[in-house]
Design a protein around this ligand. Structure first.
Ligand SMILES: [Zn+2]
Length: 474
């Protein structure tokens, strides 16, 4: 089956073709660093990670850029309230973003351009000048520069709406009186007192770029005028991505993006996440409840990206159980492979495995159908466990399943790492190891029970103690 994706622009599932055979240029809208990203943001980043890894599994070389929005209304307001320079204010949230992304095992993008980088500010100014000279932008009486959306016939094509439907809802802000059309968006915002020392010089006077032009400039500066895939959350479709198309195509006259992919919202306990509802979580909030980064990764990845994902604590428990099932299965396979003196099979990937299934990859080819891919994984686990129960699996077969796992785990990245044990579990495990060294077996058994109660299992192997998740009910 050919690789295919749902393209927001056409509202259709389309076969995927890269412009340059095996190379894929991918642009993903990154965080606005005015506060710590929440798990809803990370759902989109996990979807993009799955997309990149699956493209790589299919032999594409992916060049991915993720921008960091470090200047906009929210970052300026935050820095002003915290009474620190903008750069210092945003740096803490940049660091936090990279920490959280690493905990969730999100592959690093090739580049993380920042909007405040002078190189890109220059590019933004050049693009705005080009738009003005083409009649696609104008400077208003308030000194800000706006995009003239009526002059761009394709405006509204991505979000699928008619320009005439775009009307002011509620109060018109002061600066909007200066615009020709209510939908005209700011490319360059003239400096005002609230901006403090945040300003750049431009042909239109001091000011700063609008959020939308930041992405158009960084995307085209790094990846060129045309891009294969552009991703984001559904809330980016309008106005952000609609504006990116108008700006980029307005300047270059070329089709900006071939495939637009958008990830649906994350709900928490069936509701939209909001600080006022007390259901607003960051990655550290979930970790503080005793979960690990890769359990969060599982919970955020397991539902198809175009379906709303409902985050619940039961769902986190299920994530732990599912990963426990995988760990148990791997351990059984490894024991079987080693027992029979074939530990070489553990690491050496086989080039010609005739009977190795492809259903996992096939499911992901179909617009990243992760539910079907995971369904196949767990069905395989059930079947091979049954075969092991009945002594019907030999070391060679176990080795083949292990190489299959290595292949699909390059996409999933689900395997436990000991270093990821929650603090309390780590302490109990260390205490138990000490008790065993001191031959205090009663204490060691007590500690084993405590670990059990927390959902973890301690096993004594010839390589020492191993801590794994307890598999849930099968
Ligand atoms: Zn963007």
């Amino acid at each position: 089956m050919a690789l295919r994706f749902f393209n927001t622009y056409s509202r259709k599932v389309e076969d995927f073709h890269a412009r340059d055979d095996r190379k894929v240029d991918m642009y993903t809208c990154g965080p606005t660093v005015y506060s710590r990203a929440h798990i809803g943001n990370f759902r989109a980043y996990i979807f993009e990670d799955l997309l990149q890894r699956h493209l790589e599994a299919r032999g594409f070389e992916v060049h991915r850029v993720m921008n960091i929005t470090d200047v906009d209304d929210k970052t300026i307001r935050g820095a002003r309230e915290a009474k620190v320079p903008l750069e210092r204010f945003t740096q803490q949230f940049k660091d936090a973003f990279f920490d959280d992304a690493e905990k969730l095992r999100i592959k690093r993008a090739d580049e993380y351009p920042s909007a405040t980088d002078q190189r890109y500010v220059d590019k933004m100014i050049a693009m705005i000048s080009a738009l003005i000279s083409k009649g696609l932008a104008y400077q208003a009486d308030d000194k800000s520069v706006y995009y003239r959306i009526k002059k761009f016939p394709n405006y509204g094509k991505l979000a699928h709406f008619n320009l005439d439907e775009l009307q002011s809802t509620g109060r018109v802000k002061h600066d909007e009186y200066d615009k020709e059309h209510i939908g005209d968006f700011a490319l360059w915002k003239a400096w005002d007192e609230d901006d403090g020392d945040v300003k750049w010089n431009s042909p239109w006077g001091p000011g700063r770029p609008g959020w939308h032009i930041e992405c158009s400039a960084m995307a085209t500066a790094i990846l060129g005028d045309q891009i294969d895939i552009h991703c984001g959350g559904v809330d980016n479709i309008f106005p952000h991505h609609e504006a990116e198309i108008a700006q980029s195509e307005g300047v270059t006259g070329k089709k900006f993006v071939n495939y637009w992919l958008h990830c649906a919202h994350l709900l928490v306990d069936g509701q939209k996440m909001a600080k006022s509802l007390g259901n607003f979580y960051t990655v550290p909030d979930v970790i503080a409840k005793g979960y690990t980064g890769h359990e969060i990764r599982y919970a955020l990845m397991r539902v198809h990206y175009r379906t709303q994902l409902n985050f619940t604590w039961d769902g986190m428990k299920e994530a732990r159980e599912s990963l426990g099932r995988i760990d148990d299965w791997l351990e059984r396979l490894r024991e079987l492979a080693v027992e029979n003196g074939r530990d070489a099979a553990l690491r050496r990937p086989r080039t010609s495995q005739r009977n190795v299934p492809t259903q996992f990859e096939d499911a992901l080819d179909d617009d990243l159908n992760i539910s079907a891919a995971l369904g196949f994984l767990f069905e395989t686990i059930r079947e091979t466990n049954r075969a092991m129960d009945e002594n019907k699996l030999d070391a060679k077969q176990a080795g083949a399943w292990l190489s299959w796992w290595e292949r699909i785990n390059a996409t999933l990245d689900f395997e436990s790492a000991e270093t990821e044990l929650p603090g309390e579990v780590k302490q109990l495990a260390e205490a138990r190891m000490q008790a065993r060294l001191a031959k205090d077996f009663r204490k060691s058994d007590e500690l084993r029970d405590k670990l059990n109660a927390l959902g973890w299992e301690a096993r004594d192997t010839k390589d020492g103690q191993k801590i794994t998740r307890r598999a849930g009910a099968k």
